[in-house]
Design a protein around this ligand. Structure first.
Ligand code: ZN
Length: 229
């Protein structure tokens, strides 16, 4: 079971199914139709570790969404950053993982909220293309060792490897392994020159959760200020 390429007249997208859960990732083809069709709940994203419980009132700011309500589509916008879809029988969660979000701890936070889970990874910029500055590389080398790939006098970051260190290898059930910069035929890429346009990552579950409430509060928090670029 892996990600499938879905083509209809209006749009093309990638889809991964796991029991009652559906994970989607848009392409350039029918990008607007994708949003109109699935109508995901989305947030103002700020590279934080804030995960919003959409089942309770919230301010609409953060980089992750979680719900136990069936039929709700949770969405995030990405153009090179990595969308991570986590799910279990009771909840679905989707998080926006760039280097800032990962260092801020969003993946670890999602793991705590979900407790037991499996997850899949969407497309993101790959270690082939994701050059990072030396100061960022140093931070990642300390926290995520092998996620930093040195080549010549440059440093590249493997976002998927870093997230796998936070979430574990065992619960990883699939990965949409395209580099968004290397595949402009499908995806928008910020590093590839797309300044405004975004790809959409969406998760939904068709069945209801059996428990309510989360183990800790998910109110919006001010993202930790980072001093490097
Ligand atoms: Zn690439």
């Amino acid at each position: 079971m892996d990600w499938q390429h879905v083509k209809s007249r209006e749009m093309e997208y990638f889809q991964f199914n796991w029991k009652q859960v559906t994970c989607l990732y848009s392409t350039k083809h029918g990008n607007a139709a994708f949003v109109e069709t699935f109508r995901p709940v989305m947030l103002k994203q700020v590279h934080s570790d804030t995960i919003v419980d959409t089942d309770v009132p919230h301010r609409g700011i953060g980089d992750g969404l979680i719900t136990h309500t069936p039929g709700i589509h949770l969405g995030i916008r990405v153009a090179d950053c990595l969308p991570v879809y986590l799910f279990n029988k009771e909840r679905v969660c989707i998080i926006h993982c760039g280097w800032r979000g990962i260092i801020n701890g969003i993946a670890q936070r999602a793991a705590r909220f979900m407790d037991t889970y499996v997850y899949t990874l969407g497309a993101s910029i790959g270690a082939c293309c994701y050059e990072i500055q030396e100061d960022v590389a140093q931070v990642f080398e300390t926290a995520y060792g092998s996620a930093v790939v040195p080549r010549g006098d440059k440093y590249f970051l493997d976002l998927k490897k870093a997230v796998q260190q936070d979430l574990g290898i065992k619960p990883l059930v699939s990965s949409l392994d395209f580099c968004t910069k290397c595949h402009p035929e499908y995806f928008y890429s910020f590093r590839g020159g797309d300044r405004e346009a975004r790809n959409y990552a969406v998760i939904t579950s068709s069945t209801a959760g059996t428990t309510k409430g989360l183990p800790e509060e998910t109110a919006c928090r001010t993202p930790r200020q980072l001093t490097f670029r």
